[in-house]
Design a binder for this molecule. Structure first.
Ligand code: PEP
Ligand code: CO
Length: 466
């Protein structure tokens, strides 16, 4: 029988102290004793309770076995035996839960992973930022336009982006809708992969129509042919192998909306502990990483491997204490530190963390998110990121890790398979004038396919052969 954690009224909890190192009883609702930032203000508490109760009854989207398998792979990545590729939209939208958008995003990630496998000569752990990435942290609770102030848009799991009072009202029914769309996405991704979409014999399935004439196409084509030959060679020696017919895919999202995350946190019959069974890999965003805050409290109690975003301004000692709270047993694969310093700050901000974590013997996987420290708003008001800055942060991160004797074992990107023009630069050198052509994101600007593939090639050039 499944325990109903959110609605257990008599939770016994030791009074929360601001000393997160003092381990008190954890439950899927113990986060409520802490300050939870970035949560919507629902007007109708009874409607929220109904939605949360309904979520409790819905079947999980992933299994504990998959979650633990991913943890083992991330432990491998920590040791340099594979490389983590994590990517997808900044935020999924309900409207984008369509066949072409899901399959194109999968294609880009598969192509990037092919480039990485070929160039790094390492297995790649593929983790999509999808099937649940519906909640967004915001820099302000409200937005004002022409003298009118409304609640900010917090992602489709909370409200809608249109600037009307009705659209911006947080609606708890959206929690159920987000869960359903996550399940639809997950179902389609699983069906594609099981159906042979990810078969290494047929990388041509992953071609995207609009990039036929891309400047990167020749280099990519040569890799596809080399891999095809390698697969045929191996099969001549060893016989047909299922290993080439299927790749693993995992999902991730920011564990932001704690009513949702708590309601999908379950115990299972054969694996001990509590699992967030809405995703394999939740992460804590930079704005919600307070050591004594509700997000760290929630995450410390689940068995999933997890990410922690790390931005400028955090002191190494603060990081070490957060690591202790989230991974007190120093378990391999448990914690991935996703650094997002920005190209201008990475050289000053990253080394002290690398040295401190190394000196303390903390087992973590280091991953670089070269997107979130490199946002800028143009004079026209458009939010963008420059490819050269994204590239530079990644480039520096590899060099800094090499100099500190640590290992950069993964990359975290915001990308899409659509032909969008949201980030400046890249192979086709998108300019400010191009941004107006196909800017679709309602939140952060994403790399399009070509720009994503170029990043994969850059990683290979930087790290390949090491
Ligand atoms: C994100 O990953 O979309 C995000 C908001 O990142 P960060 O928490 O690093 O700012
Ligand atoms: Co983002």
């Amino acid at each position: 029988m499944m325990v109903d954690p959110t609605h257990t009224s008599g939770d016994i909890m030791v009074a929360a102290t601001s000393q997160a190192t003092t381990q008190h009883a954890w439950s899927p609702t113990s986060w409520r004793s802490r300050t939870a930032v970035q949560q919507p203000a629902y007007a109708d508490a009874a409607a929220l309770d109904r939605a949360v109760a309904q979520l409790h009854e819905l079947p999980p989207l992933v299994t504990s076995w998959e979650v633990l398998a991913l943890k083992r792979k991330l432990a491998e990545a920590q040791e340099g035996r594979c490389f983590l590729l994590q990517g997808g939209d900044c935020a999924e939208s309900f409207a984008d839960c369509t066949s072409p958008i899901i399959s194109n995003r999968l294609k880009v990630l598969l192509q990037m992973s092919l480039v990485l496998v070929h160039g790094l000569k390492l297995p790649v752990v593929r983790v999509g930022r999808f099937a649940g990435q519906y909640a967004k942290p915001r820099s302000a609770d409200t937005e004002t336009r022409d003298g009118v102030t409304l609640p900010c848009y917090r992602g489709d799991i909370v409200n809608a982006p249109e600037f009307t009072a009705a659209a911006r009202e947080p609606d708890p029914r959206r929690l159920i809708e987000a869960h359903s769309r996550s399940a639809l996405t997950m179902n389609f991704v699983r069906a594609l992969i099981d159906g042979g979409f990810a078969d290494l014999h047929h990388p041509e399935y992953w071609d995207l129509e609009w990039v036929r004439h891309s400047p990167l196409q020749d280099e990519y084509q040569r890799m596809v042919e080399a891999i095809g030959e390698a697969v045929r060679f191996m099969e001549t020696l060893a016989g047909e192998s299922p290993a080439y017919q299927k790749v693993d895919f995992y999902t991730s999202h920011e564990a932001l909306l704690l009513n949702y995350e708590g309601a999908v946190t379950r115990e299972v019959p054969r694996n001990p502990g509590w699992f967030n069974l809405s995703t394999h890999f939740p992460w804590i965003g930079m704005r919600t990483a307070q050591l004594d805050g509700a997000h760290v409290e929630y995450c410390r109690g689940i068995q999933n491997p997890m990410g922690l975003k790390l931005g400028p301004g955090v002191k190494p000692d603060q990081l070490l204490r957060t690591i202790d709270a989230l991974n007190p047993d120093n378990e391999p694969g448990r914690l991935t530190l996703i650094t997002r310093m920005g190209a201008a700050k990475v050289e000053a901000e990253l080394p002290p963390h690398l040295r401190a974590v190394k000196a303390e013997g903390k087992r973590v996987l280091w991953c670089c998110d070269p997107m979130h420290g490199n946002g800028e708003t143009l004079p026209s008001g458009v939010k963008t990121r420059r490819f050269e800055n994204i590239r530079a942060e990644l480039d520096h991160a590899f060099d800094i890790h090499a100099a500190c004797g640590t290992r950069l074992g993964g990359v975290h990107l915001e990308l899409t398979g659509e032909n969008v023009t949201e980030c400046l630069g890249g192979a086709r050198d998108l300019t400010e004038a191009d941004l107006a052509r196909a800017y679709k994101s309602t939140v952060d600007p994403r790399l399009n396919y070509e720009q994503s593939l170029e990043i994969a090639m850059l990683i290979v050039r930087k790290r390949g052969g090491r």
